[in-house]
Design a protein around this ligand. Sequence first.
Ligand code: FES
Length: 175
Amino acid sequence: MTPVRVNRRGLLLGASAGTTVAGLTYWWQAKHANDVPQGSPLAVDLQDLPAGKLLTLNWQDKPVWVLRRSSDEVAALAAHEALLLDADSQHSVQPQACRNRHRSLKPDIFVAVGLCTHLGCTPQLRGADGFTCPCHASHYDLAGRVFKAGPAPANLVIPAHHFASENRLVLGASA
Ligand code: FES
């Protein structure tokens, strides 16, 4: 398995016009199977990924995000939980080890499928405000937890992944 090397400009792969249709299909599969996406392991070196830079990978024809959050951004996740639809991720799809406030294995590294759980559009990062979907204005925080105000019914899906070493992420399989 050849790791993907991330430079300081990040890596942008795979977000395309076909994403919406693929995303819709994927979303229905995830919703009804309630199954954490896994398969086709992809190793990614995160050593040079700076805080605040959103890395988008193309994995199994889906955009998968990797975001390194600052300690302040992680701490801020506690501030708005009354506004969230599923703050504890009880009704959302993620590995069991990511069912925590920051929805991640490591507090700073957030990994998620970059498809809105409403109809599969690709949300956009709005800095510390989280992610906003351009289609019907669903809003997610920096842990991919959806706010009640929008139509999306669940938090962003988190695929299986683990860390082979401090900065080597392996997407697609749990440890
Ligand atoms: S597809 Fe994102 S809010 Fe509708």
